[in-house]
Design a protein around this ligand. Structure first.
Ligand SMILES: NC(=O)c1ccc[n+]([C@@H]2O[C@H](COP(=O)([O-])OP(=O)(O)OC[C@H]3O[C@@H](n4cnc5c(N)ncnc54)[C@H](O)[C@@H]3O)[C@@H](O)[C@H]2O)c1
Length: 79
């Protein structure tokens, strides 16, 4: 497998449920996880628990390289 075969997955919302997605995805070979949350405290927590993940407050920062997106924010925030 080459580096171009890595699957980039963005998890939007690092709360109760999103943190579980990040935990599991972080164990999957050849998956790189990016975490998006509007709360910088939650991003700091994600980085503490999973130093390898990229974190950002803006979905637009990760969409260009994301192959898949997990939406784990409250339903009212869904499109
Ligand atoms: N908690 C559960 O047991 C459970 C089970 C199944 C599904 N879900 C679903 O998962 C989703 C999240 O639930 P939760 O319990 O993890 O919520 P939560 O409140 O624990 O976490 C939500 C996170 O999303 C972030 N967030 C909110 N709006 C955002 C936005 N616009 N952009 C970026 N980040 C944003 C918040 O800062 C927070 O960190 C909901 O849709 C819920 O229905 C939850």
């Amino acid at each position: 497998m080459t580096s171009s075969d890595v699957v980039h997955v963005a998890v939007v919302g690092y709360g109760y449920w999103g943190s579980k997605h990040v935990r599991v995805l972080s164990t999957v070979p050849d998956v790189e996880v990016m975490v998006v949350d509007q709360d910088r405290g939650r991003l700091a927590e994600a980085k503490r628990n999973f130093p390898a993940v990229d974190v950002t407050t803006h979905l637009d920062d990760v969409l260009p390289r994301a192959h898949a997106v997990v939406v784990a924010t409250p339903p009212a925030s869904h499109a």
